[in-house]
Design a protein around this ligand. Structure first.
Ligand SMILES: [Zn+2]
Length: 340
């Protein structure tokens, strides 16, 4: 399907010399502090149309994507939506529109976070208690579970909704015409990246960002070592021939090797920082307070930021346990970490 000239003029990002494939970015502003925007990519080669990711879970984003596709001469029904992971800023179209969407099987159950949050409330609260999150830190989580649909148009419906999209599972190594599916867990257990070998480009979801480092946390339902998984996923990409990375946020990356190495270095450094912060029997919170966060000291970070910093610290502690450098022990019902 040929795209109209206006698309090529205004939104054109890449085209191969034979004009068979075009990649266009739809940049959607997010109603949250960070990241600032989500990138949705439309890939068209004259045949299959693939759309990578689906915006924030607001009806507004679903409408914006629909209208943009129509302006390209495309439609929701003629497009296949490949969703990199279940987070709130990636799945909007699947919640709001009857689209054909694909996700890794490990990600699909997490959509219940938006349609039936009570399903996750208990495991999250148990997780919080087990690792010693205090009530103050829990507030953002509790308010999240009190609202079923975090769409910016209806924050407080409290009503269970159904996911409108038709979702099919997609596994590592599957090939969809010109795209190869690559399982890149860490940020989420079933995080996917999509590689086009003929163009040497990859759609990396949240695995690689151009400026910031992706949040890798430990949550209920996640693997025992999300940081280890994430670093392995980054190394996996180093083995591929890639000229350009199209991330789900921030800018397009044209020096992938350098950026991936920087990111691996960051996670290795953070691991050592967390290791050094463990003294005697430490709770997650004791360690999180000693880590240097880019947004300031732990106690000055805002509500959700604290939950993220907490679960990120926990993910690194889990990594260290997995490597045999730390030990977990329970004291008065709360998990502590010790290096002896
Ligand atoms: Zn994201």
């Amino acid at each position: 399907m040929a795209l109209p000239v206006t698309l090529k003029e205004k939104n054109f990002l890449a085209a191969n010399p034979t004009f068979f494939m075009e990649i266009s970015r739809i940049k959607l502003n997010l109603p949250i502090k960070s990241p600032e925007f989500s990138n949705v990519y439309v890939i068209c080669d004259g045949g299959e149309v693939y759309v990578i990711d689906g915006g924030f879970i607001s009806e507004k984003h679903a409408i914006e994507i629909t209208e943009k596709l129509e302006s390209f001469g495309l439609s929701l029904s003629s497009s296949r939506f490949l969703i990199t992971h279940h987070h709130i800023d990636h799945v909007g179209i699947v919640i709001w529109k009857k689209v054909n969407a694909f996700m890794h099987p490990l990600e699909i159950p997490f959509l219940k976070l938006y349609t039936d949050p009570s399903y996750f409330a208990r495991p999250y609260l148990e997780w919080s208690r087990k690792y010693g999150i205090d009530m103050e830190l829990l507030k953002p989580l509790i308010s999240f579970f009190k609202t079923s649909r975090r769409a910016e148009t209806s924050y407080s419906t409290g009503v269970r909704i159904e996911t409108k999209g038709n979702i099919s599972p997609l596994e590592d190594g599957e090939v969809l015409s010109y795209l190869r599916v690559i399982h890149t867990p860490g940020h989420c257990p079933g995080h996917l990246s999509f590689y086009i070998p003929s163009e040497k480009v990859i759609f990396s979801g949240d695995l690689i960002l151009s400026v910031t480092t992706t949040h890798v946390g430990y949550y209920p339902g996640y693997s025992p070592d999300p940081v280890g998984d994430h670093v392995k996923s980054l190394r996996k990409l180093l083995e591929l021939e890639i000229d350009v990375v199209y991330p789900a946020h921030e800018d397009i990356i044209k020096n992938p090797g350098k950026r991936i190495s920087e990111l691996i270095h960051h996670y290795e450094e953070r691991e050592e920082e967390v290791y050094s912060a463990v003294e005697g029997d430490s709770r997650v919170l004791d360690v999180a307070r000693k880590v240097n966060w880019s947004t300031g000291s732990f106690d000055t970070i805002d509500g959700w930021g604290k939950v993220l910093a907490f679960s990120e610290t926990l993910a690194f502690l889990k990594r260290l346990v997995n490597e045999g450098r730390l030990r977990e022990k329970e004291i008065d019902g709360v998990i502590h970490y010790t290096n002896f």
